[in-house]
Design a protein around this ligand. Structure first.
Ligand SMILES: [Zn+2]
Length: 148
């Protein structure tokens, strides 16, 4: 079986990470990242997958995630491909649901380990990477983290 190229995340990281519509959920209190929880062993992941990475169960349920978390670690990138705008900062954020999410982090001067950060989500202004991803429908989103 050959791997299918992932149609998202073709955008340089300094512009934010682009998501498929299925990785985002809209609730009464706004737009949230949506991971998945295994109904068999309770493993939680983001982005969602159809098979649990811990127990191989195919019973994965949608898991809306909080829009605030704690910065676990971060690094500022100064050397990147020519088309990418540097410097930019990337990091891992621990969300209250027990999921660690990777992404761009703004406000490098204010960052420190354990800093509280907000998850910012907005529609991505990028063209679909392929006809297949365009056919899957729904808005494309991008997210990043910013100090609270
Ligand atoms: Zn599982």
């Amino acid at each position: 079986m050959s791997a299918t190229p992932h149609p998202v995340n073709r955008q340089p990281p300094h512009l934010g990470r682009v998501l498929h519509a299925r990785d985002v959920v809209e609730t009464e209190d706004g737009v949230h990242l949506c991971g998945a929880q295994c109904a068999q062993c309770a493993t939680r992941i983001f982005p969602a997958a159809t098979v649990c990475p811990a127990c191989n169960s195919e019973n994965m349920q949608p898991l809306p995630l909080a829009n605030e978390g704690t910065l676990y670690a971060f690094s500022t990138v100064h050397v990147a491909p020519a088309a990418w705008e540097t410097p930019y900062t990337i990091g891992y954020v621990d969300l209250p649901e027990g999921v660690r999410v990777f992404g761009k982090v703004e406000g490098a001067a204010q960052l420190a380990p354990d800093a509280r950060v907000a998850v910012r989500i907005e529609p991505a202004a990028v063209a679909p990477a392929s006809a297949a991803s365009a056919a899957s429908g729904g808005p494309r989103w991008q997210y990043w983290f910013a100090p609270r």
